[in-house]
Design a protein around this ligand. Structure first.
Ligand SMILES: C[S@@+](CC[C@H](N)C(=O)[O-])C[C@H]1O[C@@H](n2cnc3c(N)ncnc32)[C@H](O)[C@@H]1O
Length: 546
């Protein structure tokens, strides 16, 4: 495989995961690369990728700017592989090896791909388009694992639990190149077989070769794996769209419970499989959206979507005046700040603040109004991330970053706050685009375990807010058991405890911020990737009446 082949096979929408982090972007990968047909060499030609030299077969490859390879050489690093040339011929290139190592870290150490990959790319000097390729390869293979395992089962004529983990990961990477990226088939197969030789040995490499050639030979894999899944339409869809069936079922229930239709499930699952675009937040009073470049968001007046590139290249992001934040996360924080309130509006609380994305936006809003935010977080290391996220906020607007259990705060300071954000720990089923492996890690029991914590945190928030004050209950999961059911139970428990609490029309508040937002006829708000282009954030607004 040549570097051209790999670039022609550039990712569909590769890029860094758009986290809720309040800090600058960490990934070396940029987004982009979409829209080129397989085998189209125009980009390579335009960017002068090839140059005659003394490299392998007399051709030296350069990146688009021509800098990467020279810089790597100056630093004494190989841009192709750490292997000696004789081994290199038998192995693969650095981006594919990096993607493989990420999949192994996810499998062996329960690592998070979006935490492992960026430092690994940095350490190995993989940058620019190579970094984007490695990112799309790793994240795509992880997201689409269910679909690809169904393909591999048929092509290998054996279930995937009878294939060694490392060999299976190599196969997943190969199948993603063949079916999910625009890598020319000959390159996808030969480079993946090279990776197999390098990573798992010559014997398994032959097996990898045979399986990938079978995948390449056949067409219509979606129909074949749907048929193999059986007659149940949900199971067929979950297989093709690569979701555990319990997750697909929960999402279908959530769509209906939140006023949409089960017919949308296919679009929702497909949206979960697309890499999210990087969205920035201009923290009010600290940065303007114009400073960020990109395209203005369509929901939050603070949001700008980047077409590509590294967010850390934006000065306002580096300085903490702006950050990387999903537009849905921005919208729910702005909704808490905008919710109608009688009486004083000076003390705000973020009960579950780490890593600080919403705290930074809330604190910036508070600063504009002369209010102050207390940011609470259970985990000390996440509390430090909150401090980092708040670094650009005027000191007067931050009362403190507190490390402690939010469940106790309502009793420690009853009625002490005017606005309270409960961005509760949740399954994250609304942010599957962003956390490529998470759908395979979560189990139904998580929903029940988290439900208890969510109820306790919301109960504490309702004690911590003063009568007349407002609480926002937020999750990045649309699961009914983490959203509507938690709120119903919390209202019941509050009544039992002698607190008056009423629902506020959150949809009206959100419409006041985002007039074009497509919302259902309910007083809570549920955003969706396939409708709003955001994570599936949930928002309920509650007012303490007595
Ligand atoms: C969904 S995240 C919050 C995201 C954050 N609001 C943001 O926008 O960056 C939930 C946070 O709650 C924290 N957490 C978990 N249990 C908690 C507890 N009992 N009290 C306070 N925070 C808790 C977790 O450590 C995690 O940082």
């Amino acid at each position: 495989m040549t570097a051209d082949d790999r670039r022609d096979g550039d990712a569909r929408g590769a890029g860094r995961p758009d986290g809720d982090s309040g800090g600058a972007g960490r990934s070396a990968g940029g987004s982009g690369g979409a829209g080129r047909p397989r085998g189209d060499r125009r980009d390579a030609g335009r960017q002068g990728v090839e140059r005659r030299d003394a490299g392998r077969q007399g051709v030296e490859r350069r990146d688009a700017s021509g800098r990467q390879r020279g810089a790597a050489r100056a630093e004494g690093r190989s841009t192709r592989s750490a292997a000696a040339p004789s081994q290199r011929r038998r192995g693969t290139d650095a981006p594919r090896r990096a993607a493989f190592d990420v999949l192994r870290a996810v499998a062996d150490s329960d690592s998070y791909a979006n935490l492992v990959l960026p430092p690994l790319l940095r350490e190995r000097g993989i940058r620019g388009r190579d970094a984007a390729f490695a990112t799309e390869l790793a994240y795509g293979a992880l997201r689409l694992r269910g679909r690809y395992d169904a393909v591999i089962t048929l092509a290998a004529d054996r279930p995937t639990d009878r294939i060694d983990g490392p060999v299976l990961d190599v196969l997943r990477l190969g199948v993603h190149q063949l079916l999910g990226m625009r890598v020319p088939p000959h390159a996808a197969v030969s480079e993946t077989v090279g990776l197999a030789r390098e990573a798992v040995g010559a014997g398994p490499a032959q097996f990898v070769n045979a399986v990938l050639r079978a995948v390449e030979r056949e067409a219509d894999w979606d129909a074949r794996i749907a048929d193999a899944a059986g007659d149940d339409p949900l199971l067929r869809l979950a297989t093709v769209e690569s979701h555990p069936v319990w997750v697909a079922r929960a999402l279908r229930e959530a769509l209906v419970a939140h006023g949409r239709t089960a017919d949308e499930l296919a679009a929702l699952l497909a949206a979960d499989n697309a890499a999210p675009r990087v969205t920035l937040v201009a923290r009010p009073g600290l940065a303007t959206r114009d400073e960020l470049g990109g395209t203005p968001g369509h929901l939050a007046p603070t949001a700008a979507t980047l077409g590509g590139g590294d967010p850390a290249a934006v000065e306002a992001v580096r300085e903490g005046r702006a950050g990387v934040q999903d537009e849905g996360s921005q919208l729910v924080a702005l909704a808490l700040a905008a919710a109608p309130l009688d009486g004083p509006d000076v003390r705000w609380l973020d009960l579950c603040a780490g890593p600080g994305g919403k705290a930074a936006l809330l604190a910036a809003c508070a600063a504009e109004r002369g209010a102050r935010l207390l940011a609470n977080e259970l985990q000390p290391h996440r509390a430090r991330l909150v401090e980092q996220a708040l670094r650009a906020v005027p000191p007067g607007a931050v009362e403190a970053v507190r490390t402690g259990d939010g469940r106790l705060l309502g009793d420690d300071e009853p009625g002490g706050y005017d606005r309270v954000m409960v961005d509760a720990p949740c399954t994250g089923l609304g942010a599957l685009r962003r956390r490529p492996e998470s759908r395979w890690r979560r189990v139904p029991a998580d929903v029940a375990a988290l439900g208890e914590l969510q109820r306790a945190l919301l109960a504490s928030a309702l004690r911590a807010v003063r009568p007349g004050g407002v609480v926002a209950y937020v999750t990045c999961s649309p699961h009914v058991a983490e959203t509507q059911l938690v709120v119903v139970d919390a209202l019941r428990a509050a009544t039992k405890a002698g607190l008056g609490v009423q629902r506020i029309d959150a949809a009206a508040v959100v419409r006041g911020i985002a007039p074009d937002a497509e919302l259902t006829d309910r007083d809570d708000v549920q955003l969706w990737p396939h409708v709003h282009g955001t994570d599936a954030m949930h928002l309920t607004l509650l007012r303490r009446t007595s």
